[in-house]
Design a protein around this ligand. Sequence first.
Ligand SMILES: *Cc1c(COP(=O)(O)O)cnc(C)c1O
Length: 762
Amino acid sequence: MDYLEEFPVLFIDDELHSDTAEGRASREIVKELKEEDFPVIEALTARDGVHAILSHPHVCCVIIDWDLTPEPADGMLTAADLITLIRERNPKVPIFLNTEKLAISAIPLSVISRIDGYIWKLEDTPAFIAGHVKRAAKNYLSDVLPPFFRGLMDYVEDYRYSWHTPGHMGGVAFLKNAAGRIFYKFFGENTLRADLSVSVPELGSLLEHSGVVGEAERKAAEVFGADRTYFVTGGTSAANKIVWLGTVTPGDLVLVDRNCHASVMHAIIMTGAIPVYLIPARNDYGIIGPIRSSEFRPEVIAEKIRRCPLVEGPASQPVRLATITNSTYDGICYSTGWIEERLRDVVAYLHFDEAWSAYARFHPLYAGRFGMRRSTDPADPTVFATQSTHKVLAAFSQGSMLHVRQGRGAVDHARFNEAFMMFTSTSPQYTIIASLDVATKMMSGHSGKFLVEEALEEAIVFRKKMVAVAEEIRMNPLPDEKYWWFTVWQPDCIMGQETETNDHLLQEDAGCWLLNPDEAWHGFDGIEERYAMLDPVKVTILTPGVGVGGGMEERGIPAAIVTKYLRESGIVVEKTGYYSFLVLFTLGITKGKSGTLLAELFRFKALYDGNSPLEEVFPDLVRRYPARYGGLGLAEICGEMHEFLRSESITEVVRNVYSRLPEQVMTPAEAYLRLVRGEVTQVPVSSLEGRTVAVMVVPYPPGIPVIMPGERCGPETRAIVDYLGILQEFDTRFPGFESEVHGVDVVMEDGQRVYYVYCVAE
Ligand SMILES: *Cc1c(COP(=O)(O)O)cnc(C)c1O
């Protein structure tokens, strides 16, 4: 495949347009390069050069004029400064100095050691120079490709006629049908030809980790700081199950973050483990905080085990595995060393579910806050980290990595691989594997840090802008009811003014983002110094309605209405709570993207302040439910919904729901067995008290299970039943804004939505 034309040559020369011998020589070189089909980016000043370097990270070669005249307007930048800038970002891209042989003695060693060669502009012929550049660019680009992806491309190039699966044979089968043809055209020839499934010995085997797949996994281990890395093509959903099935057996005690993903609950069922839960804190805005640090105290864990009715025998029995969500859905990351220290004598294996934070290792801001940190003590436990590469780095959906850091009780690969194979298709998607390989390459070397930094920069700009807007609104003479703006949930040290030192600190100093015990902004208690940190790229925006002490204010704007508005304007947020929503700044961020979000928030404010008719704001909603919403304004519907949530004291209820867990009657595995056998009945939530539930019930928001299979709500956990009742009532009152509750069956009875839950038959 010829991809050279995708990669421009950057030519930085202030004489490029001058009528001098040197200018003419440079123009000849550019002309020749263009004839060789290289796109050429021309920069006429050092400042231009800087912009070009920052905005074109994919150049395949840079040619810099050594005699670049430093200009005061450019901050007196020299060619040497540009070389430093490029090398910080890319240690390998070829750099040629365009100069004269006579000048060479004046070039310092520090420059010579960082470039790849010279162009003698007045002596060599343009064709010779272009050939030289082309060779260097080709070498560089072939080195850029990671092993599996390169192997896959070569294979697709070389073998055009396949007799093996998949049956579409490089996409040909699709061409025999109209829908198939459109499918082929849409996804493109290469996607289909690279869809190889198995039977390709040249590419190795994912199940055996051999050949270039194995090579790619070893490279990923190096880059992500693991002793061993497994590429998982079934998402972190599969990766989590692999960790569990590879380490836990029926009846084993496990320590599980109650704020865990559904896949962890599935793993509890599959292994037949006995779960003991670590409970996360919640604040008044309904934001889920970290697990309280006291939860990790050995005596607290022993007490939990002692009180767990499913445990037989002494409370001092060993815990097989602990799974902690890091970072949490709300962007809180832990000091993993701190957790390890607390759990090292309590658990055999430690597992961090890092579905949302695969980038943490690549920026100093997150130092010590990821599972694959360096450990120097062989007595440390073996640690697993599972990461959805596709969620926050660049990979195809379902692309995930499972990393292992060996310690005490090191994992024997050959045995562990049995669990890996259990959750891996014998025909894995090669394009997913290739994307994991490329994601690794993208994060390796310097490029990882810069990619993360860009997301951080954008997030911080947005956070500061939101504060600045709030300040501006406060300064303006406005009627009382218009003095509101969205608040970002963040430390108070983030100010609206442009101060460069502040920016720098915010990007480099984790201290700015810690949830300090003596600060009020985060609203959590029971947190130790340096234990938990807010990840700046996960931005929670608060809507008006909840007061500082958690009391509900007279006026409020439920977040569901704001995010519905944003969605209809093409902005989809990550997660919506009652009075908060979360937006993510990932590697895919582009400069200024957050400007659109800001603009839409302004539009929302104007529509709200003007009580615009819902016919205009949500025309589809009014068309579907004319009797309910016809004639209402935006401020009115916000008021109605807020009034309902306030009358139910939603913030207090939600707090109580998670403060005490239901009673464990049987293991999740036992409850699931009853479900499969049909030894269950559907029970309306109003009659749920006293019943043993057979499924996991998870309301979104916040996405934490309120009941796990095998658990029973009693009088002390009545809040859970009440909460589900409120959700049900909410659905009936606000059609079009229905809650999402996994694990319930919704049945329409007399125009009301009624939730049914499968319970173990009595
Ligand atoms: C999304 C998620 C998973 C599952 O990851 P997939 O790659 O979507 O399968 C696991 N754990 C957590 C915490 C998640 O958020």
